[in-house]
Design a protein around this ligand. Structure first.
Ligand code: ADP
Ligand code: MG
Length: 339
């Protein structure tokens, strides 16, 4: 009898992995923006065309890459962010899997321009469906620009599954907002088809919230903070009167990573009980800071779900922080949000 098992070629393995990492233009945008933040950027520009179907480009002023690293960054499991399995329990960066660029380059035409701080020349790299088409030294600004063109050009079934432009655009804006909210000290812009959607200067969180969601939030935010030995909470919640009937804007970040968690959402909703109608949704942007050894962010490929080793304590602290903020809000004079 003959053996029938063989290893898949890299290009195919990457394409399969891409199925997990890149579902739509917004997933590529998320990965690129997170890489820019991980690279220490203070200014991040996003440019999309055709709701990301034609182009998703992120330009940063971060630390850039050497020519070898630029090439390496597209290999699967290639990362500068962790080295040992111990590091998995102390993750402070967004990335650590070393999968995003390899996956994106497997299903798109990618052009990277990058230059390290202080270097004379940078690198231009073009990759199409995992195949390197061009690699040469070029004069470019410091930092990194990655343009992802024609996503799923070589996977027609996936391309056909993309939704209408307004729907894909909504997803892009959602991802953009999440990253922009968690880094108010970083300046962000967002352009689609040469139209400016967001121009967010760096500043305080309250300033960023108003920049993203509009002036109606000015004066409607209550600061929320709690400091315990196990975790810290900070952020803003909306005054009860500003709660919306439609499910409004609600954000949890754990160590600056956006997460979805119904249990913790319930902690906030519970604290509002009796203050807002049962069918209204409070606004909140809450940051939980916790020792990375108490969480596991390795449970989901897109990492919007994480595990806490003691979820009940986190629930309790959030609920009491929100309750306290709401109580304080009743007795305190109107807060001054000098922007
Ligand atoms: P991960 O972020 O999990 O490490 P990625 O595939 O997203 O994996 O990126 C691979 C590597 O490429 C990163 O670890 C980083 O060293 C480098 N890299 C990616 N994007 C940038 C960027 N915008 N600026 C500087 N380095 C980057
Ligand atoms: Mg990454």
């Amino acid at each position: 009898m003959s053996d029938i098992i063989h290893l898949l070629p890299d290009a195919i393995a990457n394409q399969i992995a891409a199925g997990e990492v890149v579902q739509r233009p917004a997933s590529a945008l998320k990965e690129l923006m997170e890489n820019a933040i991980d690279a220490g950027a203070t200014v991040v520009k996003v440019v999309v065309k055709d709701a990301g179907k034609a182009l998703i480009q992120v330009i940063d002023n971060g630390k850039g890459m050497s020519m070898t690293d630029a090439r390496m960054s597209f290999e699967r499991h290639a990362t500068s962010k962790i080295r040992t399995s111990d590091d998995l329990f102390a993750i402070r960066t967004f990335g650590f899997r070393g999968e995003a660029l390899a996956s994106i380059a497997a299903v798109a035409q990618v052009e990277m321009k990058t230059k390290q701080q202080g270097a004379e020349l940078g690198t231009l790299l073009q990759i199409e469906g995992s195949e390197v088409k061009k690699q040469e030294p070029v004069a470019v600004p410091e930092g990194t620009s990655i343009a992802v063109k024609n996503l799923f050009f070589n996977v027609p079934a996936r391309r056909n599954f993309l939704k209408s432009n307004p729907v894909e655009m909504r997803h892009l804006v959602d991802e953009f907002q999440r990253v922009a909210l968690s880094y108010p000290e970083v300046a962000f812009t967002f352009h689609q088809n040469d139209m400016e959607f967001f121009n967010l200067s760096s500043g305080k969180l309250s300033h960023r919230i108003v920049g993203i969601f509009g002036k109606t939030y000015q004066g409607n935010l209550v600061s929320c903070a709690e400091d315990t030995p196990h975790l810290k909470i900070k952020g803003y919640i909306g005054k009860p009167a500003s709660a919306k009937k439609s499910r409004g804007e609600q954000f949890f970040f754990v160590n600056n990573r956006y997460i979805r968690n119904n249990y913790l959402h319930h902690a906030v909703a519970n604290a509002y009980e009796g203050l807002i109608p049962g069918d209204a949704h409070p606004f909140y942007v809450l940051f939980v800071e916790i020792d990375p050894s108490h969480i596991d962010i390795n449970v989901h490929p897109t990492k919007t779900e994480i595990k806490f080793d003691d979820e009940r304590t986190v629930y309790g602290v959030i609920r009491s922080a929100v309750k306290q903020a709401l109580g304080a809000h009743h007795v305190m004079p109107t807060l001054d949000f000098s922007l």
